[in-house]
Structure formats: C-alpha cells, structure tokens
Design a protein around this ligand. Structure first.
Ligand SMILES: [Zn+2]
Length: 562
C-alpha cells in the first residue's frame, strides 16, 4: 500500500524519452514505484487517465530570490507555482542579495533596484546566512542559487570601474571558493549592469578559471544582444561589421570557456532589434562550432518576443545619476534623444516595441496600460523621449514595461525565436521580474511554460512534448547538477506536475497586431488568471496546487545546496 498513486498516467519522465502509460507511486517525499497501469494500491489514488505526469518544472533563470525574505513572498511566487514551477534558479545576471558587508549593502541594493520590492531589507551578510534565513522562514518554491559576480565585485571595490588589482584578483578567487562552500551552483556575470560590466578580460578570466576549479558553472548576461553595441570599440556608423557584436560577444565567452575549461551557460540568448534578427545563423553556427570543439556550453531562451523591466532601465546611467536636473535641462534631453534614438534606429527598434505594462499608481497612466510608446506619444502629441520622461515622472519611476523586438515580432515573424527554442542546446527560462504585486505583470510570470507546451509544442509543432518537457525539467537539472530532481524515476524527489496536454495554454494572451510597425499593439493581460490545463502540482510528495489554487498554506520548499 503506497501513500499516493497516480493511476494510469501518461508519463513524460523529463529525460526526453518517449512517453509511456504507468502507475506512479509516492511514499514519503519520493517516487517509490513505477508499474503497469492500474495495478497499484494506495491510501490516495489520483486518477491520471488522459493526463500527462511530468517532473516539476525548473525555471533556470529567475530573480525571485530577492522576494524570498519578504513577509508576503507567496504573492510573488504563486504565479510561478501555478504554472508548474517547483524549483527556480536564482542569483542571475550578476545580481545576488549576498554576499554583502556593511559597506556594499547600499550599493548592491541601488544597483539591483529593478529587481527588488520597496520592503526588501538586508538581514544577513554571507550567502550562508541568507540561505539559513530562508530555510528558517520557509520558501514556497525550491530554490538553487548562483552567486552574482556584481555582488562579489561590490565587496572588493564598490562601484569603482577600475580594473581589479593583483590583490583583488586573489580575493575574487577566494570569494568564488566561498560561494562554492556556501552551496552555490555557479557564478553569474551581468556584463550590461553596474558593477559586473566593469570586468575586463583579465577579471572575466579570473572568474572563469576560479569557477572551473571549483566545479561551478558560469552563466552570463552578455555585453550586448544587438548586432552593434558601444561596448565594442569598432562601433562606427557603418551598416556592416566583419562580425556582428552580439556574435563577437559569444565568441569571447566561448574562447574563455575553452581556455579555462569552464562550464558555460549563456543566459537568455535573444536578438534585439530587427537588424539583429539577421545574425541568427551566425549565433547558432558559433554555438554549434563550439560544441563540436568540445566546449561545454548551453544557452537560455525566453519563450516570448519581449522581456520585462522597469522603465528607468531604458535610460543611460549618466542621465539617471542626475535625473531631476537632467530631465529639466533641454541640452541633456537633446543629448539623451540623440543617444537613444540613434542606437534604436541602428538596431531596428522603435517606440512600437516599448509597451507600458503598468503605470504605477498614476490614474493618468492607467489609461495607457497595454499601449505602445508610439501610441502614447501620438495621443498626447509629444515626442518619444518626452513620453519616456513623462512616464517616469508620472509613475515615480515605478512603471513596468515590456521591451519587444526580441528574436522576431509576435504574430508577425517568429522564425529566429522558433530556431532558438528548438536548438538542442537551449534550456527554456522564464526570467520574469516581479517587484511589486499590484497591477499587470509580464505574461511570462504566469504563463511561460504553459505557452511553451501549448503554443510552441502543440500548436506550432516545434518539438515533441517529450523534448519540450526535457527543456524545463531533466535538462536544467542535469546542467546544474540538481540530484534527484527533474526526472520521474524511482528514488527521485516527488516534485510533479499533472497536466492536460490537449488543453495546456497560458491564459494571458498578447498580440502585436501590426506587420509594419504602424498599427496598434493590443495587450490583454488577464489579471489573476492562471494558465489553463495545469491540473495539479506536487512538491516533495505533497499536493500544493489543484485547479489553479494553492491548496497547501505552508511553505514546503527547500534551499537546495550544492
Ligand atoms: Zn539578464
């Protein structure tokens, strides 16, 4: 007699292998038996006929660790759980709320502002103290942590852009050793963000080499995701480059990984701006060649044509540092206009690709939620830069936006995104940033994985259901070395999702209706509506979600230690 049996389930076990019919039994927190359908006895029998039983989904790219110490963490994490996520990987893009000291705390918080809720407070310094605190207060989801290079660098030299000294080099090596000792799974670089962006080749090599020695993966948010970028010194007015900058960036990381023997993961590979879409084959060729050369490489893909962020991230640091004065200074606004609009034109992005998701508490902005910046500018008869500044001012900097044109355009052209999602080395990530639970959130927070299984698998036939499930279960687990997770096998932790493969879909739907960039963009975000087709979610042998509702009012997740 087993504790629980899922009877007559269609098992998609997370390995990519073909589905099969079976009874799956749980005893305690683990899977204890897998047998012929309709043969097992249990105290609780779950009729899984016509449903798929898969391992709990793993979000390989999250920033939700910033929410784990908030008293109301459930509000932030529940949308992910409802879409089947039982484990997330935090500490991405160079950011982690640890390790800090009394000098670096304020800087780390300021640098990470777009990831944090107002109530966030440090009550720890080391990663171990953070982990212990989360373990004590509980977590709704299981979490595996990376350590942000930005936080390590802040400890050594604040926001100082100068190269690290030989002494700081050895300190960095020691900090990476400590990260490993604290249970970290890897080091993340955030090369578009202060202060991780200040790492030169020498410092990046230090991180790659030290991580390799500790057996840690290195994950990277790159210097650029566009074909041309000010980061590379040959940025000219030329419309052609020998090698596109986004491709050069990837080549650089591959070179380091090969030379230092580092396990490499490129976070959220995407092609930003219409003119960057053409670099798809170069990006994939570069990765394929690296694989052939024996480089240990994978990459992440977000299953959308946009990402979400706070509006202020659109502006350069020089403007933000003195925002109050600059926004009233005609010369500064003009310079901002030149910088922003020039780069947008070069990469092929327009104000049609910026969508207002939430305008903070502003009544004036509420009218414009779901609209593009071009529409807002048009309706208010102001320019594009003035629109950005108006929204920042009106929302007190809180406005949430979607930035589109990533690897194609929704409803118009999806070939680059489809090829990235289908590539054998890609792992699907959610990367939804939820800093505040009021107002519309990015559709990814509630629907990314159901969208993968519904839109991209069932409707578009990009890959089999087995492959799709593998990319959000067995593959991320294997990549990080999460023992006993991401698979349906005897002895594995019973984190499970039961879903209807014919119905599964993200509830929220978003469509960019125009093909030429002139028409309206319509954003329908169904607030509070979870995905469709997720019947049950189980964690460690306990049912946590049924019919979209959290049925267990307890935090039973764990911090998974490397
Ligand atoms: Zn990132």
């Amino acid at each position: 007699m087993h504790d629980v049996v899922f009877a007559n389930a269609t098992v998609v076990d997370g390995s990519g292998a073909n589905r099969y019919q079976a009874d799956v039994a749980i005893d305690g927190s683990r899977i204890s038996a897998i047998g012929d359908a309709k043969t097992m006895r249990a105290r609780l029998l779950v009729d899984a006929s016509h449903l798929v039983l898969a391992p709990g989904f793993i979000d390989f790219h999250s920033h939700a660790e910033w929410n784990l110490t908030l008293p109301d963490q459930e509000e932030f994490l529940l949308p992910f759980l409802r879409q089947g996520v039982t484990t997330f990987v935090g500490g991405n893009c160079g950011f982690s709320p640890y390790p800090v000291d009394r000098h670096s705390k304020d800087l780390v918080l300021a640098n990470s502002q777009f990831l944090t809720n107002e109530a966030f407070e440090f009550a720890w310094e080391t990663q171990k103290e953070f982990t212990d605190m989360v373990s004590r207060s509980g977590t709704l989801l299981n979490v595996a942590l990376l350590t942000g290079h930005g936080s390590l660098r802040s400890l050594l030299k604040g926001n100082d852009p100068a190269p690290i000294s030989p002494f700081e080099y050895s300190q960095m090596v020691y900090l990476i050793h400590q990260a490993k000792e604290s249970g970290s799974y890897g080091i993340s670089l955030g090369l578009s963000y202060i202060p991780s962006m200040f790492a030169d080749m020498e410092e990046m090599r230090c991180v790659f080499a030290a991580a390799a020695r500790e057996g840690l993966i290195v994950t990277i948010h790159g210097h650029t995701y566009s074909w041309i970028s000010p980061f590379f010194s040959d940025s000219t007015d030329s419309d052609e480059l020998a090698v596109a900058h986004n491709v050069r960036d990837i080549e650089l990381f591959i070179k380091l990984a090969k030379e230092e023997g580092t396990k490499l993961h490129l976070s959220h590979v995407l092609l930003k701006g219409r003119k960057t879409w053409e670099t798809l084959s170069s990006v994939l060729d570069t990765i394929d060649r690296a694989v052939e050369d024996g480089c240990d490489i994978t990459f992440g893909v977000i299953p959308y044509h946009w990402g979400n962020t706070l509006i202020k991230t659109l502006l350069p640091n020089w403007f933000l540092e003195n925002f109050e004065c600059n926004s009233k200074d005609a010369d500064a606004v003009a310079r901002l206009g030149c910088e922003l609009l020039d780069m947008e034109a070069k990469i092929g992005r327009t104000s049609d690709d910026l969508i207002l998701l939430w305008g903070g508490e502003s009544d004036a902005l509420a009218l414009f939620e779901g609209k593009t910046f071009r529409q807002i500018a048009h309706e208010r008869s102001i320019g594009e830069i003035e629109t950005i500044l108006w929204i920042i001012d009106e929302s007190d900097g809180k406005a949430r936006i979607l930035t589109a044109s990533y690897s194609g355009q929704e409803g118009v052209y999806s070939d680059p995104l489809h090829k990235l999602l289908s590539h054998p080395r890609s792992i699907i990530e959610i990367d939804a940033i939820v800093t505040d639970t009021s107002g519309p959130q990015t559709p990814a927070a509630s629907g990314a994985f159901p969208r993968l299984l519904g839109t991209y698998c069932r409707k578009n036939h990009l890959f089999s259901l087995e492959q799709a499930v593998h990319k959000i279960t067995g593959k991320p687990a294997e990549r990080l070395g999460l023992a006993d997770r991401g698979s349906i096998a005897i002895g594995a932790v019973a984190d499970l999702v039961l879903f209807d493969p014919d119905k599964i879909a993200e509830h929220a739907s978003v469509g960019q209706a125009s093909s030429d960039g002139d028409g309206p963009t319509v954003l329908h975000v169904a607030q509070g509506m979870g995905p469709v087709g997720i019947e049950q979610v189980w964690m460690g042998g306990t049912k946590v979600v049924e019919n979209g509702r959290n049925v267990l009012k307890k935090r039973i997740g764990a911090v998974i230690i490397n």
